[in-house]
Design a protein around this ligand. Structure first.
Ligand code: PLP
Ligand code: ZN
Length: 400
């Protein structure tokens, strides 16, 4: 790899060659980071001006390989119409409608570069959809395992992109076990969350974009819907890289994880002062992407939350759907429930004083609500919130 020095273990610092594909550290099974020779990289902020509006505009800090791209990244950072210092990073505009496109573009780029023919991953939904699309674009065989109750679109898109889809009667953790059990026998390269180093590389570009779109002055806080935590970990890495490149100083935003009350292992561990999380029993939430009972890189997420002076917040599904409504009506954004949870968390943190009106805060809408029509319709079928006289949700006219 021309511009990559090596992989580095996030726990013990062990270095591994990037000349061949790697999953996790052979010593302690911790996630690996991609390291570049940042000192010798000649890249300035000014160089970005004329580059195409995709995540690959940061090419000096991404692998130098033939990109498998569908135009991912450089999504809008919208100024909220209701809060002067609130910004919404709208990741719903990515290919396949979620920020998972970034990680999969980078991971599949490298899978093709290494000559890998078959990949596999467990997914809460959107990662599987994105993986299937990029695998199709690269001519790679994808084996995807999703819980059987994922949002319908995730299963439909994965199959139409030509992936081999298995719907599992269980959670993403059960799907992960299936990949682990079968991958050697089947010759699959494992692309599970935080078990290969390049999904973080794709997702870190969200950190570069926020810096560039905010004119190189990072916000005071970032609220990130956290399942496996790839984006949070990636952005934190991006800030360190940008500092080494001389693009930003040592200031850092408070990194804030939002999770669903029905599956909040990171929030619980943060509140208990633990360095790792415990498996969350009976995980249940409308925010499919947040239904991750235990993040593989929980220790890294918790470390970042603490180092940055951030926090972790749980929001109920009702709070999420209230936020969903308010973004739709007040901002014109049709958010994924996971994304709307960011606004739920922001409201809570304003109410308890953790955040003030003068704090510049970026809320992540991690995906498009258009992928959740069945989920949204089901929610309103069960609950009757104080909404207008009639609404048309998923083709169903619901009287109130
Ligand atoms: C829309 C959406 N938001 C957030 C997440 C959680 O992402 P991460 O695993 O990077 O924490 C997911 C994961 O599936 C998702 O689909
Ligand atoms: Zn290690």
């Amino acid at each position: 790899m021309p511009n990559i020095l090596h992989f580095e273990c996030s726990r013990c610092g062990e270095r591994l060659s990037a000349d061949k594909p790697q999953n996790v550290c052979p010593k302690d099974a911790a996630p690996l980071y991609v390291r570049y020779d940042l000192k010798s990289i000649k890249a300035s902020r000014e160089m970005l001006k004329d580059r195409p509006p995709t995540m690959w505009r940061y090419r000096e800090v991404l692998p130098e390989a033939d990109h498998v791209s569908l135009g991912e990244g450089f999504t809008p950072l919208l100024q909220s119409r209701t809060g002067a210092n609130v910004y919404i990073k709208d990741e719903g505009l990515n290919p396949t409608g979620s920020f998972k496109a970034r990680g999969m573009s980078a991971a599949i780029t490298m899978a093709r570069h290494y000559g890998i023919k078959k990949v596999a991953a467990p997914s809460a939904g959107n990662a599987g959809g994105a993986l299937a699309a990029y695998a199709a674009a690269a001519g790679i065989e994808a084996h995807i395992f999703m819980p059987k109750d994922v949002p319908q679109v995730n299963a439909i898109e994965a199959e139409h992109f030509g992936a081999k889809l298995t719907l599992v009667d269980g959670l993403i953790s059960d799907c992960g076990r299936m990949v682990a059990e079968r991958k050697d026998r089947e010759g699959w390269f494992d692309l599970s969350t935080m078990k290969e180093p390049f999904r973080v590389e794709g997702k870190k570009t969200m950190g570069y974009e926020i810096a560039e779109q905010m004119n190189w002055k990072l916000p005071d806080a970032i609220i990130y819907p956290t399942g496996g935590g790839v984006g949070l970990i990636g952005m934190w890495k991006a800030f360190d890289e940008m500092q080494q490149l001389g693009w930003i100083g040592s200031e850092r935003p408070k990194m804030i994880s939002v999770q669903a009350a029905g599956c909040a292992p990171i929030v619980k561990a943060f509140e208990q002062g633990s360095t790792a999380s415990e498996v969350w029993a009976n995980a249940q939430t409308i925010s499919a992407g947040l239904r991750v009972p235990k993040a593989y890189a929980d220790f890294i997420i918790l470390d970042i939350l603490r180092k940055s002076g951030g926090t972790a917040v749980a929001v109920t599904d009702d709070e999420t759907m209230q936020a969903f409504e308010s973004w739709a009506r007040e901002e014109g954004i049709f958010a994924a429930p996971e994304g709307a949870a960011s606004l739920g968390a922001y409201n809570k943190l304003r109410a308890n004083g953790f955040l003030r009106a003068d704090h510049r805060v970026v809320l992540f809408n991690t995906g498009s609500g258009y992928k959740y029509i069945d989920v949204i319709a089901k929610y309103y079928g069960r609950n009757k919130p104080p909404l207008p006289k009639s609404r048309n949700i998923g083709g169903i006219i619901q009287p109130y």
